[in-house]
Design a protein around this ligand. Structure first.
Ligand SMILES: Nc1nc(O)c(N)c(N[C@@H]2O[C@H](COP(=O)(O)O)[C@@H](O)[C@H]2O)n1
Length: 148
């Protein structure tokens, strides 16, 4: 059985980047992994801070997708690592999330985002599902940490 998630209100919605599971990176608290991911698109420290402090992940995503402020030149090269950093920090900050992730066993985890063929599976399932892949990587890491 494939485990699909998308909306924070549905089953496994905790895996969405929009789910409210705060964490700290470099001494700063981010309300969601979406806030961190979107803030890291920019070199402008003030704009990063505006995104971090914004109330909702939806607004963080809107600010991050705006091209009124220039995004960093290396974004395409670093974005998967930045997503990994965000999701890892989120999961490691919350034991309930670690438990939920481990309980998915060996099932494939998929972000069922119909319009997103990079982070999600896209409408027809042909997407790269990078968010699901990152969650499965972290699941392996958690499992290995519990064994040793
Ligand atoms: N809720 C939601 N709506 C969309 O349209 C989406 N594409 C996603 N997927 C998430 O979007 C984030 C990355 O978006 P950008 O690369 O900045 O466009 C990431 O959190 C995906 O999981 N979610």
């Amino acid at each position: 059985m494939t485990i699909e998630f998308y909306s924070t209100k549905d089953t496994y919605g905790e895996f969405s980047n929009f789910a409210p599971f705060p964490f700290e990176i470099d001494g700063l608290v981010y309300p969601t992994s979406e806030h961190y991911f979107q803030a890291m698109k920019f070199s402008d420290a003030q704009y990063q801070e505006r995104i971090r402090e914004t109330k909702s992940p939806m607004i963080a995503a809107r600010l991050g997708r705006s091209r009124k402020v220039k995004i960093r030149d290396d974004w395409e090269e670093v974005k998967v690592d930045i997503m990994r950093t965000a999701v890892r920090a989120k999961i490691f900050a919350h034991e309930d999330l670690q438990k939920l992730l481990l309980e998915t066993g060996d099932e494939t985890i998929v972000e069922a985002a119909g319009r997103d063929y990079f982070w999600g599976a896209g409408k027809d399932g042909s997407g790269q599902n990078w968010l699901g892949k990152i969650l499965m990587e972290i699941r392996t890491e958690l499992r290995e940490a519990k064994i040793t």
